[in-house]
Design a binder for this molecule. Structure first.
Ligand SMILES: C[S@@+](CC[C@H](N)C(=O)[O-])C[C@H]1O[C@@H](n2cnc3c(N)ncnc32)[C@H](O)[C@@H]1O
Length: 248
């Protein structure tokens, strides 16, 4: 059965995925490694993004969900967040930051920051370097526990982050406010105890929405203009993007 996707639910980097039957869409949000036969089937066309996906599949490096999540998040926030320097915070493998270095000429420096450095990050950079040699010279790996004002993010740099769990998303917000640069986050895990929204708002809107409404007020109060967007829900139901840019 094919269902018409809403505009927000459509894949932008990989429009070929929009026509998949519903029963095949479950794979898009799964934790299974992207494997070569699927990459040859769905990402065969000779574009830079498809070449990267095929190489990631050949190395069996990342789950399909994390690959699509990174690409579709990037597609929706790149215009507002491209800046000379972009910091991907709590970056894990770092694919989002890598996409900025790969596809945005204006981005000269990408900070990949996380308290850990998984082996997948170095492998990812090695793979990308073979098809986009301009990426590696832009990358700086920072292994540190993030605290706002610790100097990880330069003044004016943009902050991006996917799945900075719970209050790590708030840490990203405070870091962006500190730098004055643009922000884009895809929050996840909403701890009730940390939610600052009034109880009546939580009761009416639910914890996740109330939490993000409160984050929006925090950003607006700090002089930001906030936009909400989303990645396709086939990838994850935790798909809200908070994107913010300082008002002029
Ligand atoms: C759910 S993972 C998200 C990884 C990646 N952004 C993604 O979308 O796959 C959360 C990441 O936050 C990192 N992290 C947790 N606490 C942190 C802290 N205080 N400072 C920096 N990184 C932290 C973890 O090491 C982990 O890589």
């Amino acid at each position: 059965m094919r269902k018409q996707n809403s505009a927000a639910d459509r894949f932008r980097f990989f429009p070929q995925l929009n026509d998949l039957p519903e029963d095949q869409k479950r794979w898009l949000g799964s934790d299974s490694r992207l494997y070569e036969s699927a990459a040859q089937r769905f990402f065969a066309e000779d574009t830079l993004q498809n070449r990267l996906v095929r190489e990631l599949a050949a190395a069996r490096l990342l789950p399909i969900k994390e690959v699509l999540e990174s690409f579709e998040f990037f597609a929706r926030v790149r215009k507002e967040t491209r800046a000379t320097c972009v910091a991907d915070l709590c970056c894990g493998h770092g694919l989002i930051g890598v996409l900025f270095a790969m596809f945005e000429k204006r981005v000269e420096h990408v900070v990949l920051a996380d308290r850990l450095q998984p082996p997948s990050r170095l492998k990812l950079i090695e793979i990308v370097s073979q098809i986009a040699p301009w990426v590696e010279p832009k990358i700086e790996n920072v292994q540190a526990k993030l605290t706002p004002g610790d100097g990880t993010v330069a003044i004016g740099a943009s902050v991006v982050s996917a799945h900075a769990c719970g209050v790590l998303s708030d840490l990203c917000i405070e870091t962006a406010i500190e730098s004055g640069g643009a922000l884009a986050i895809l929050p996840c895990c909403y701890p009730k105890a940390a939610c600052q929204a009034p109880q009546s708002i939580v009761a009416k809107l639910g914890l996740k929405t109330a939490f993000d409404v409160d984050r929006t007020y925090r950003l607006e109060a700090a002089g930001y203009l906030v936009r909400w967007a989303s990645i396709p829900s086939a990838i994850t139901p935790m798909n809200r993007i908070i994107c913010a840019k300082k008002k002029r």
